[in-house]
Design a protein around this ligand. Structure first.
Ligand SMILES: NC(=O)C1=CN([C@@H]2O[C@H](COP(=O)(O)OP(=O)(O)OC[C@H]3O[C@@H](n4cnc5c(N)ncnc54)[C@H](O)[C@@H]3O)[C@@H](O)[C@H]2O)[C@@H](O)CC1
Ligand SMILES: Nc1ncnc2c1ncn2[C@@H]1O[C@H](COP(=O)(O)OP(=O)(O)O)[C@@H](O)[C@H]1O
Ligand SMILES: [K+]
Length: 503
């Protein structure tokens, strides 16, 4: 599934209309596809009010109204702008609706619009689509505020009205939808922390755009099960352990042994051929029994923290640094040598990202791929910016950072954004609030390390690792766990179900 900006969606629409030569067909398809979904969400006796705005989103509304009217639903329309403001195409669909004995109330003529909204069981929000420009003006602003306050169930068409499709907006007035039926492809704002909730539950309907036009125009995609099935590592029956990667994890400190242990175990469960773990003597003494399959090496340490050392970096296929390693200055010297001497892909996570802050310039000097796995707080710190500015435009900032420092960025959150050094982006939508606990990120790092060592493409392996991590949590919750009790170690054990279900 692809993700689009408003401009990309308009380009896809225009190219499609050029190809099929008939714009009305797309609108008819859109309205019918949405009506089909609405049918599944309403009862036969529900009063359905379709609120129609000035643009093509309003045109979709008239097609929905006509379709449901013809099927004997209790439909009415509230049109919030005068007819002169409707385009010729929307006028056309309005006339078709009226010809089917549809009723339409104009906001201008009616002092009763509030009553009509209050009495509706279901409000279909066709006020504004991706063409919204700036803050919503009157009278739409009052209508939106009133629907949010009084309306029954709210189903938005394409996008909650007033919400910008793209990232970057600081202020907006928006419908708070219960459900959104997204047309053709999810818009960027579906995935932003400050706008995602306005969509409520969302699903996408296809309206007949050629799939190649969508894939050619959309710069971003959802790393979903289809992607996983087609790109996941395959095992040759004749393979041996050396074929699946020799991985190294450097992390842990005396008072933080557990996170590091989870990374090692997650990598093993994901399919790493051979794993070596470097930590302090105390950490290894305590955790080695948790993954007897791994090899362990004691690194030089001071006061319970790793310090610069000669590590076995040269014969590895992947290295992960930083999980639970602590933030001591002397450990930063170890990171410096790891950055310089690792001749294979290197993941930097957790405390490693903290220690990296003063060494960002070294990233570009590496010849092999580097992968950073920050959550929003860690990313804001790396960028030396306010976290609220970052969460408004995470795609942009992740892309700029990845391009500037020649790194892959896995920006973690409810929706995790994966970016390559050349600016390619994907979103992982798997996972649930059960993951919002210490240790989840450490597990992801292990999965990434193993996935990366079994794949030719770093970008694909990052997408697949995020898919597996979140899907493991989802399957665990479906089969007995809850958001409350799910532990990071359960996510490791759930990897088996993901492989069994999707390979
Ligand atoms: N272009 C196409 O062929 C298709 C478009 N479709 C629908 O059309 C929508 C996009 O249509 P439009 O480009 O007409 O955009 P909108 O339906 O979002 O309407 C934009 C219009 O709303 C008004 N407006 C914009 N910002 C406003 C503000 N801040 N306050 C008050 N009024 C404001 C202006 O009159 C503007 O022209 C999509 O979201 C989708 O629902 C679908 O029917 C599929 C086909
Ligand atoms: N509400 C949520 N929905 C989906 N995934 C989540 C949610 N909260 C956290 N996650 C995932 O859990 C992981 C948490 O990582 P991180 O914050 O680094 O945790 P830690 O380092 O404490 O283990 C990330 O992969 C993130 O995407
Ligand atoms: K809408």
């Amino acid at each position: 599934m692809f993700i689009v900006t408003a401009k990309e969606m308009y380009d896809i629409d225009h190219c499609t209309m050029e190809k099929i030569g008939f714009g009305k067909l797309l609108m008819e398809n859109a309205g019918r596809a949405v009506a089909e979904k609405v049918r599944q969400k309403v009862n036969a006796a529900d009063k359905i009010l379709i609120v129609v705005g000035p643009g093509n989103n309003g045109g979709d509304g008239y097609v929905i109204a006509r379709t449901l009217q013809n099927e004997q639903y209790r439909v009415s329309v509230l049109q919030v702008v005068p007819d002169q403001k409707l385009s010729e195409q929307v006028q056309f669909f309005k006339q078709l609706y009226l010809a089917c004995n549809g009723t339409c109330l104009l906001l201008d003529d009616s002092a009763e619009w509030k009553q009509v909204i209050s009495e509706a069981d279901v409000v279909i929000d066709s006020l504004l689509g991706i063409g919204v420009d700036g803050l919503v003006r009157e009278p739409l602003a009052s209508v939106i505020a009133f629907i949010n306050e009084k309306g029954g169930k709210i189903v938005s068409v394409d996008i909650p009205s007033g919400l910008p499709a793209d990232e970057g907006a600081e202020a907006f007035t928006s419908i708070q939808a219960d459900e959104t039926i997204v047309i053709a492809a999810p818009k960027t704002s579906v995935f932003l922390p400050h706008t995602a909730n306005y969509y409520g539950n969302w699903e996408v309907v296809s309206i007949g755009h050629p799939q190649t036009l969508i894939s050619e125009n959309a710069a971003c995609f959802v790393a979903d099960d289809v992607f996983f099935r087609t790109t996941m590592p395959k095992r040759d029956v004749n393979s041996h352990k050396g074929d699946h990667g020799k991985g190294l994890v450097i992390g842990g400190c005396d008072n933080m042994p557990g996170s590091f242990a989870m990374t090692v175990r997650a990598a093993l469960r994901t399919g790493a051929g051979l794993m070596t773990a470097v930590s302090t003597e105390k950490v290894i003494d305590r955790i080695a029994c948790l993954s007897p399959e791994a090899m362990y090496q004691i690194g030089a340490s001071e006061k319970g923290h790793l310090i610069a050392d000669d590590l076995p970096l040269d014969d590895k296929d992947g290295v992960a640094f930083g999980i639970g390693v602590g933030r001591e200055t002397k450990t930063a010297a170890l990171l410096e040598s790891v950055l310089q001497e690792t001749t294979c892909p290197l993941i930097i996570d957790g405390d490693g990202l903290y220690l990296l802050q003063n060494q960002l310039a070294r990233l570009k000097q590496r010849n092999e791929p580097t992968i950073l796995t920050p959550h929003m707080g860690e990313m804001a710190r790396l960028l030396e910016m306010d976290i609220s500015d970052l969460t408004r435009s995470p795609f942009r900032y992740a892309r700029e950072f990845a391009e500037e420092h020649h790194v892959y960025v896995v920006l973690k959150g409810k929706y995790t954004i994966i970016t390559s050094p050349d600016g390619n982006q994907a979103v992982s939508t798997t996972g649930n609030p059960g993951l919002a606990k210490g240790g989840s990120g450490d597990v992801l790092t292990g999965i990434i390390l193993a996935m990366m060592m079994q794949s030719q493409s770093i970008f694909q392996s990052l997408c697949n690792a995020c898919f597996v991590h979140g899907m493991s949590a989802d399957l665990q919750v479906q089969s007995g766990h809850s958001y409350h009790d799910l532990l990071a170690t359960d996510v490791i054990e759930g990897i088996a179900s993901v492989y069994r279900t999707f390979s």
